[in-house]
Design a binder for this molecule. Sequence first.
Ligand SMILES: [Zn+2]
Length: 681
Amino acid sequence: MGHPWYASTWRRAVLDMHISDEDERFLAAFDPNEYADLLVKARTKSAVVSAMGHVGLALFPSKVLPPHRGLKGRDIFGETVAACHARGIGVSAYMSVIFDAWAYRHNPDWKIVGPDGTPVAEKSRYGVCCPNSPYRAYAASFARELCEGYQFEGIRFDMTFWPHVCFCAHCRARFAREVGGEIPARVDWSDPRWRSFQQKREEWLAEFAGLLTSTALAAKPALSVEHQASTYPLNWKFGVGARLVPHNTFLQGDFYGDALQGSIARKLFSHMSPNLPAAFETCIAMQLQNYTALKPTELLRAKAHAALADCTAFVYIDSVDPEGTLNPRVYERMGEVFAETSAYEPFLGGTRVEDAAIYFSLDSKFDPADNGKPVDDPGLSNRMPHMDAVSAAARTLLEHHVPFGIVTRRNLAELSRWRLLVVPGALVMDEEEAQALREYVRVGGALFASGNGCLAGHGFPLEDVLGVSWRGVTKERFTYMRPAEKGRALFGDFTTLHPLGLYGAQVVAETAEGAEVLATITLPYTDPDDPLHFASTHNNPPGIRTDHPALVVNRYGAGKAMWAAGPIETTDASLDVLYNLFALLAGPFTLDAEAPKAVEITVFRQADRARYLLSLVNFQKELPNIPVEGIAVRLRTGGRRVTRVAHLPSETKIAFTFEGGIASFVAPRLETFAMIAVDCG
Ligand SMILES: [Zn+2]
């Protein structure tokens, strides 16, 4: 293994072993050598090996946790580590935290408790323990025993998040001590006490993660440590925010959604992860809940190559059979896919070219519509309008082949790297964020923002930058954006008479002098929430034209800012408009490609090898992919003279022209993946 081990380990495995010992046959047939042989067959370079799972039983003779009865004293963890190492496969030890059913059943005082005082998992197979309870020391003791007892390269703490909002005695006492009073029982993002509670939940979780990380590192200073990272894009309930990140060596998380979700997760990780590469994980089964139904090869191929295009390691999760046997087909299938991806590994590396950055506000992971509802109200929406807007902005950039990244508050000091900064529908913004955004525009950046999170109505104004001041919000929750004369070309099919409809209210604002209004608000004839008064039964036609600005562009310092008064990201129909706005602010972009929307293209600059590396991923909704022929690509090289364009890994030359600083060529036929080197002298 290289140093550090993860730097060049692109093919990784996880074996889920969340097996009970209700039946003594369980896990009895597990053969570590057979498993390690299968890993070799699958061309896997590292494996996450379970030391204990969600059931809370140790897979070696532990003095801290009860051992799994099916093992009858065997040490299958140690045997598996040895079997992997004997075959040159690196090992991360796996440990489930918070999710520990044995600890939950046997320690009433450790249980996560709901607002009504009832433990939350009495009728669930997932027993969950509160990290503010003495469970914390129990988990740390096990981590210490594991790290002191065995040799391995990394440790994975899974499930480092709050599965519920906890009201246990330990949490309540801690809240009373640190904030004062009772934990608020209602969600209310306008209430400072509620916001303090959420901040505490994030702090407490990060502190727990920090304890585990420091315990592991005390035993093994060179160890890589990671805590399950799939929760960063999830809602506030998980209590996962920026504070958790420093307790990781790199970020790795499992995702089960579509091509766009994966692309967003990898881009989020690539700027948030303390070290690279980050890792993208998914199960080899169609669903975690139905593990005998495997993903077809073409789906695994698309996912594994998409990870490669983002310079991210790919991790497949298999699930052991209760008796300990394994399905060899899993490893055959993965081996076939990894044989293909491995050919590209020598070419990976460099810095991702990003014309645009989307700002993901880790503090905006909530729905203001939930304000006032009890914490355990089944009617909580659990939606994240901000995340929806981030996804739509990402989709817009991806489908128009604009190279982009996703940033968070961890990147505030380096915003000037990006020509375009998109802040879609952030709900809150603190002074540090507002100041960084202001400075970004002042020195020449192009900012796009939507919604009211950047305005005085939310306490941390960017109004001087955006050229508007907050007056209120429309009562109507379906509204229109009506192109003004100056903005007409941006709106495609949408006109004064047939303006762009938005699924949401818009901010009523006043425009500052010098700001340019590109669209104004039109309201429906009647309030869409009024059931009995309407203009048209099926819809809410535009009826009341106002002078309130809906889209404003403003010069500030050496840069410019554009602000949309409402959620312009909410409809598929508005995404082409959104792209026009981005292009107006910061075009032309580094890359133009005449490719279908299902094709994502990433660009990395490899200065040490004097080239750009382009990866084209064809990831259609219905697989297998229909191949795409004749994708015309134009790459702006910033004045660097292009000397060769080649199809990798064969290095077959591709005909190109280089004029006016732009290299133009046609990509080879694209089935699932193509990697192209553009050499610059
Ligand atoms: Zn608690």
